[in-house]
Unconditional design. Sequence first.
Length: 300
Amino acid sequence: MKTLAAMALTAILTTSCDRIAGPDSRVERADAHYRAAMADYQAGRLEAAVAGFEKTVNANPLNASARFQLACLKEESKKDYLGAIVEYREFLRLSPKGEKAVMAKNRLSRCMEHYAAECAEGNATKDRDAAAAAAIASLKAENKRISSELEEVQRKAASLAGECERLKTMVRAVGEGEDAAARPVKIALDDRELLEDDGDEGEKKQVLSEAAKLKEDDDDKAAAPFAGSSAAVAPAKEKRAAAAQPERPKKYVVQEGETLTAIARRFYGNGKQWRKIQEANRAVISVDGKVDAGMEITLP
């Protein structure tokens, strides 16, 4: 009995040592799944070979030969470097000193380099995608802004077109005569000189009021026919000046709302003559030419 026990213990120890030193590849290769997978690999049926070796490993996770073959196929045919890394590591764990251990280590190192490059490329791709998405969002926002500005420009253009048509209608309504076209322009120029000469707001209103009265004078319509020359406008101007300038008294009482410029224009035909009136009335009119209603002044 002792002899049989010793023999059994020796057999167990021997088997354990063999497993530690490395599995028996001949036994592993004799597996039916392994042989079928190898037949597919030799025939070029790589997908079937991968499936066969995976079936072999699932049936016997300790089959190091099947692990090695599966790792090689994942690395070379499928470019599945992470899957290959897992299988090479399992192979080296099962057979660290086997005949293919050195080859497995070299292949494992190469797969890890490929996998690291894939990860870096994946991160770069993600960064590029994020940058592209940000650029697209920015372009969309810019396009929206430009569209809004374009709509505003189009709205203003339509408004200006309407205003232009309104002005054209007004011009046509004025008439085709020289008197109707030239006289308001001349009056506007005279008034502008007057307004530039004197900055008093009350005087400006008075000047504009007198200009409006001159514009409405019915006698101006017959002053000059439509001739297209400034000579035809001169008689009308002289007639307006004569009609607007009454007989000048020696003494005059300032009326409500009148200004010195308005008085000069009324009695001298030129608003700039207000300085002449101011000089003659230094005792009652200040240097700035301001007058009050009821003030009696001398007209030189």
